[in-house]
Design a protein around this ligand. Sequence first.
Ligand code: PHE
Length: 446
Amino acid sequence: MISKRGTWKTKFGFYLAAVGSAAGLGNLWRFPYVVGENGGGAFVLLYVLLVLSLGLSMMIAELMMGQSTKKSLLVSLTKEYRWVGRLALILSIAVLSYYSVISGWALHFSTVFLVEIFSPSNNVATSMGSLVSSPWLQAGLVSVHLLFATIVVLKGIEEGLERWTAWIMPCFAFLLLLLVFKSLSLPSSTEAMRFLFYPDFSKLTWGSLIHAIGHVGFTLSIGFGTLVTFGSYLNQSEHIPTASFRITLIDTVISLVAGLLIFPIAIGASNSPLTDPRLMFEALPTFIASQPGGRIFGLAFFVCLYLAALNATIGLIENVVSNWVDRTRWSRKISTWSISTVIFLLSLGTLFSSQIFRLGKFENRSMLEIVDGIVVNWILPFIILGMSYAMARGFSDSEKRRIFIDPDRVESGSLYTYWVNMLKWAIPSVILFAFFLQIVGLIISN
Ligand code: PHE
């Protein structure tokens, strides 16, 4: 059991870890395909508006909960709201079960490019197809991935998280920018820009609002309790609203950059439907391999992507473990191994369901997509609703004020009122409305 709670060694360490947990497959893998599914520009606009309102407010709330109680989620919440915490942990495990599969895909492409460097065979283009048709290969990749993550989690917070992220993020940002520069010079880039930024509201569906809310939660790591855990390691001198704003901004820029990267390539290739979860992995590897020096570049890019995914996985596992350890008498070691094993078994379920139950496809959607849809479009918004409620009513006003209001910033008083109203009224209303639309959509389509 952790007897004494550690704190981040430096302010920089906290930012790196928080950005590291926010930026991951959500930005590069999930964002493009969800935008594709929801018809482009109008959805992007909705997403950005929700990030700045709902996302930012909830991030402040979660970090504050952790900083104020110095505890992880389950212990921070008062008894009547503990169900929200339990649900958030179940959510974390459910997300990990397929996040690990996608992380495995990133690991796969790292090795594909590594092998290509030594024995070029031009197999990159067909690589995704053979990967998804082989559950055994994917299961192997998931097990390697979870093994790495478990080892890092067992090493503890400071050595574990801080050291990793400091390396990964800047390299990744650099590679991403170089690639965007290339993709924007493709002839299809004008069409891609139009798709991404021209809001055609007729393309929105009944589910789009809830899809946007779910994705905001997913990409900013809201509703999982991870941020509560991070906040609990944060010392009192950090001004949480400012920190949250910076983290939110960075994450959103990364997603938009990912969109600028993927869409020109995908639209140009015109063989990959923009609505498929494989979108990124179909479009990008072939494009990178076709560039001069592409193999080495591909290796560097996918290693970075993989490390970013590993980092997010670590944040999620760390979150479940620290809650578990805070609430039970299990040792950190046994808890970590047990949780990783459960995640592994669940991911096998996703991978092998097609073989075992012939359940692989439903209305032409893969098991992975179905799980992702249920988790992100139903459970996650529901948790966010519960958390906003818990934070608005279950936390004393004076404590919230003390943490939120910075005497050196005049504007923080009025921002405080805005934030409290967001938690109390705006967020619950918009989520309930979005659920309503989603249900209407379901009824109409049947
Ligand atoms: N935000 C991460 C991403 O975008 C996913 C994640 C969710 C990580 C919750 C940690 C906690 O990939």
